[in-house]
Design a protein around this ligand. Structure first.
Ligand code: CTP
Length: 399
């Protein structure tokens, strides 16, 4: 998500996990946010203010009397931010915040915040499960504060259980979701992504260069916008998107089985996967040995099912079907032919082999074509932004 022109308050309280907030700050800054950091006295025992000052490029608020040139600075921060995130949030902070106590700079600032607030509890498991802490978390939740549950794991105190601060990228992802307008609530989206691999023998396969990045970006963006998302993915080296039901497959046959068992529930189907058109006829059970007598080998292949084509035959009027087409030439001609042949509502076509667009890259230059022959150019941009524009367009088209 783009955080340009977004102002965020990052509150840090005194837990050992405070060191993870450095990385969270870095992620926010990298995304373009203007971040104001407020630290409690206890947080300063764990991490130094200089680190946060340098990385945030703003003064760190620790003390209402010493830090500020003007006594209203905490109010300025509170009223200018788009969201506040408190990570880690200690039991002491949670108790005070739940009861409106404002005895330090962070708590005082938070009392004046009207934008969304997310807190990330992190502490020893017994403390976290203590009835008083849970009661205070309930109060905050009922007040509309977003609580990000801690992870289970080995804690700094050597106990094993709930209380670990989630990874900074996960906190960042949930903050993105908090700030993303929920215009896909109630929609069920089915996305396919990545390549398929088709076995030649038990140790070899044929596949393609698809990285899965575009499909994963669409699944992630749709989830953040409130959709229920199922992602059917071929083998890729990407982290599964948070909050998305992921089904991992290898071959076209497996992808087809997963797609058709989830098709009926889907309102929107986005078929990004680069499915192999052919598969070796007989992968057998034994490794093919090198043939000393010949320098050539022929692998007999047979056609795979065209999953998209079959979805086009089965789809109902309430379902919106989007195909993808990676072409090396005659983009428009091939895209329009595929829309017609496969009964699509929209196709996202891109030229591959241009270096900055298509397989493996983080950017993509896509042209969207519609059933009525019209089209829309999306200039070269990050695949996450392309994903949001694609979803904007689907919303426009489906009303
Ligand atoms: N597709 C599919 N099943 C296949 C092949 C393709 O579902 N066996 C889908 C892809 O997921 C994509 C679209 O069809 O959404 C277009 O894929 P592409 O490979 O560009 O098109 P093909 O129809 O296979 O045509 P060609 O390879 O000749 O360009």
């Amino acid at each position: 998500m783009e955080f340009k022109d977004r102002h965020i308050l990052l509150g840090i309280t005194g837990g050992i996990a405070a060191y993870k907030s450095v990385e969270l700050l870095r992620l926010l800054k990298k995304a373009g946010a203007d971040v104001h950091v407020a630290m409690t006295e206890a947080a300063l025992q764990f991490v130094g203010r200089t680190t946060f000052e340098v990385l945030s490029e703003n003064c760190v608020l620790t003390n209402l009397w010493k830090d500020t040139a003007s006594s209203v600075t905490h109010i300025d921060i509170a009223t200018s931010i788009d969201a506040a995130i408190i990570a880690p949030a200690t039991a002491n902070f949670i108790g005070k915040y739940a009861h409106g106590i404002a005895d330090d700079a962070l708590l005082t600032t938070l009392l004046a915040v009207t934008s969304p607030v997310m807190i990330c509890p992190s502490m020893n498991t017994d403390m976290y499960q203590n009835i008083r802490v849970q009661r205070n978390l309930d109060i905050l939740e009922q007040d509309g504060i977003h609580i990000l549950d801690p992870d289970d794991g080995v804690l700094a105190c050597k106990t094993v259980g709930a209380g670990r601060l989630p990874d900074p990228w996960f906190i960042f992802d949930r903050l993105c979701k908090l700030l993303t307008p929920k215009d896909l609530v109630g929609r069920q989206i089915l996305v396919t992504a990545g390549p398929t691999i088709e076995a030649i023998d038990p140790v070899r396969y044929v596949s393609n260069h698809s990285s899965g990045k575009m499909g994963y970006a669409i699944a992630e963006a749709a989830e953040q916008r409130g959709a229920r998302v199922t992602l059917i993915s071929g083998p890729v080296s990407l982290d599964p998107p948070v909050g998305v039901e992921c089904i991992f497959v290898e071959s076209c046959e497996q992808m087809a089985a997963a797609v058709f068992s989830h098709l009926a529930a889907a309102d929107i189907i986005v078929k990004v996967a680069a499915v192999a058109d052919y598969r070796p006829i007989d992968p057998g059970t034994r490794k093919i040995k090198k043939n000393q007598a010949s320098k050539e080998i022929t692998i007999a292949m047979t056609e795979n099912m065209d999953i998209l084509n079959r979805i086009g035959e089965l789809k109902t009027d309430r379902q919106f079907l989007v195909g993808f087409a990676a072409e090396t030439n005659d983009l428009e001609k091939h895209a329009l032919a595929k829309i017609k042949k496969k009964n699509l509502d929209m196709i996202a076509a891109n030229l591959v082999g241009t270096g900055d667009s298509g397989f493996k890259t983080n950017t993509n230059k896509v042209k969207l074509f519609f059933k009525d022959g019209s089209s829309k150019d999306i200039p070269l941009m990050d695949k996450h932004k392309v994903a949001h524009i694609l979803l904007d367009t689907i919303i426009e088209q489906t009303g």
